[in-house]
Design a protein around this ligand. Sequence first.
Ligand code: IVH
Length: 684
Amino acid sequence: MTPIEALEKINQLSKDIDHHNHLYYQENRSEISDFEFDQLLKELIDLENQFPQYKSEHSPTQRVGGTITKNFDTVVHKYPMLSLGNTYSKEELLEWDARVQKGLREETYEYFCELKFDGVALSLSYENGLLKRAVTRGDGTQGDDITTNAKTIRTVPLKLKSQVPDEFEVRGEVFFPKEEFQRVNNEREKAGEDKLANPRNAASGTIKMQDSKVVAERKLDCYLYYLLGEDLNYDSHSESIEAIESWGFNVSPTYRKCSSIQEVLEYISEWEEKRHELPSETDGVVIKVNSLAQQEQLGFTAKSPRWAISYKYKAESATTILESISYQVGRTGAVTPVANLKPVLLAGTTVKRASLHNANEIERLDVRIGDIVSVEKGGEIIPKITGVDLASRASDSIPLEYITHCPECGTELIRPEGEANHYCPNVEGCPPQILGRIEHFIQRKAMNIDSLGTETIRGLLDQGLIQNYADLYKLTFEALNGLEFSSYSEKKGEVSIRSLREKSASNIIKAIEDSKQVPFERVLFALGIRYVGQTVAEKLAVYFKSIDAIGRATFEQLIDVPEIGDRIAESVINFFEEDKNQTLVNELKEAGLQLVIEEQQTEGGSDILANRTFVVSGVFESFSRDELKTLIKSNGGKVVSSISGKLNYLVAGDKMGPSKLEKATSLGVQIINENEFKDMIGDQ
Ligand code: IVH
């Protein structure tokens, strides 16, 4: 390809990708499949690598992140970023309306209502249609330049298509979509990492992370609600909002023009309930005088505009009875007290449990069984107990005593200095810890042996067939076939005895066998070293290249790795200091797991097939079956042995059995031939 051709292709691809991004993220529809989209992106990344002179800082490839910023530059805001006056009361809102009316000397005026999005404020400046800079609010006068991180937000346009003013700023709120917050927290929980406290803090923490790749992985979003610039020629806020919407900015469709404060009050009531259905957290309504001339007339106080105010919804709370407290023991041995409540309706959902965090929290609240308690749903997803109705407490009530022994194995609990949590120190013998480690090991993102369900693992543990995850590699088909285990049906409320069928047994053995091909970074994550989640595992694997090197690494060497701090380094050292962990690792090594990064994995390969599964069947013209499997793996795909509804592709060769074909067809699995496969990977 000549440089001119490359440039043309790069431009065309960028345009197409921007177009598809816009459709997907702003209009919730798509014209092409995810796979086709990934292919366009991959083609662009490859071309930009080949012709770096044409790589633009506004290319859609910037969205995947990858740059590390040690210190963010400080930028002085051209227009200060003010805050808003706020109120929780309707009376105060009416008083504010009266002041507006007075300030405008009885002229008529309109309001513009928007929801108040609960995230972090961001200012985006554009020049000649290109994103120039993204800056946090900071202290209102100056903030941090976080442009590289902001570019990973899919709804922040890097390049505007339509005719736009030469220079302007748009401001809005970056937020963690509720679902995404849940997803990230589930993952962190599984990895034994602390959970993010609430979507707001998580958004503000994420946007200031040093590694933009991690920012890209957490799919933040952004709503814009303010346009600023010189000579923009709009008469009202609503016109400017409609304008930025038409330029491709993500504006929440929840806004409304109101001709009186009564209409504003209706808007407030309407959204009080409905706001829980929105993808983002909202904690109130922002009311703005619509006419820009009137805004100017009203002006500002030292801190905030007189033409706008926010009405905040009260954190929703309800009262109910604390029936009992359960203590859960996690994979790391940490004990979490959970309040079991008499079910109560709160913010649209029935709440039966609330988090009590730890012993300090119980002491602080002095909460007791039988108490009437208030539960609140703030920014957090899990409700919490915020208070106790002492007046209604029975006179003979006794203070709650925190458990001293593990509810699962009876071992005396410990509380390490400086930690709020109690731990069960019986790492080797405490059932939920053993089970938790194995469940962590087999999960899809780790060794992907999750055909082995929780109950089967329990059965294997109970019958002494395994004691740890390394023992999985000693299992035989004979040991599994017909294995009896107890299974609890929540529906029936009873325990029954089931036995493992031949087919399941052979599937499990196959999955265990296949897991030997799982790349090193995932094996490292699977080990369940505290604080070593997927991202950290990847960083360590890429940096040290082998388990032996990580096991030998000193504290100093570990904290030299970008993003690895004291806490992680200490945890890694502790893990490898334990003899039993050394034994586990050695057993995994003997079983043939990937404990080094294969150079060929990084060379000549790609991740174009990432997250896709393949079954290979039949005979092929251009390669052997094994070669084909290696090609799939070196391009990031996964080879599995059996056809299921979850399978993405069946690569079908000659002489393939008709039953496989039939099964794939009936399950709607995409069947491709070898040429189509070659096209997929760009025939490398
Ligand atoms: S307008 C000069 N509109 O709330 C007024 N702010 O308390 C500029 N916020 O810093 C702000 N949703 O971070 C405005 N629809 C909305 C908003 C909103 C959330 C945040 C923003 C601002 C803070 C003020």
